[in-house]
Design a protein around this ligand. Sequence first.
Ligand SMILES: [Fe+2]
Ligand SMILES: [Fe+2]
Length: 182
Amino acid sequence: MSSGIDLGRPTSGDVIDLISDDHRRFEQLLSQMRLGTVDRDAVRKAFAAVLVAHGEAEEEIVYPVLRRAASDVDAHDIEHGREEHAEGNDALLVLLELKATDSQAFADAVEELSNVVAHHIAEEELSILEPSRTEVSTRTRWDLGAKWARRRNALIDEGCGSVENVRRVVAAAQQEGLLQEA
Ligand SMILES: [Fe+2]
Ligand SMILES: [Fe+2]
């Protein structure tokens, strides 16, 4: 991973807090790419790693448990969350494939990615995380927090945000039918 950008390295806590901390990190990194206040290429790489790791660890570790444990979180919410992760990864791939970071194409790709990610964050917090805060025990939420964090950090260490891996992830989502044809 590149150049001193803080990706966070959570280890323990309530999974809802750890996930929402990452959502704030996404917003901050996207804002930095929009404003160009920092090295856009370095932020793009950092953002890719944390977005892919975050979502994949949610799907593997968190979503299945919340679906079982929280009666307000149903199969539709989970499937919709997975579709939105695929859309986010697809928009991320467009950004990663660009060479120049000072072009109109880069600006357009950051705008699209910002919109897709903002939409998903709002929906996930409202329809999956918020209901779980009252319905899932503190112990389970902390247990999930540690497991989610471990998986997230491991995926970052494995280089999950590389353009090659994001291509692979998007192709797999396409095959699974998670992405609507444009
Ligand atoms: Fe999330
Ligand atoms: Fe998510």
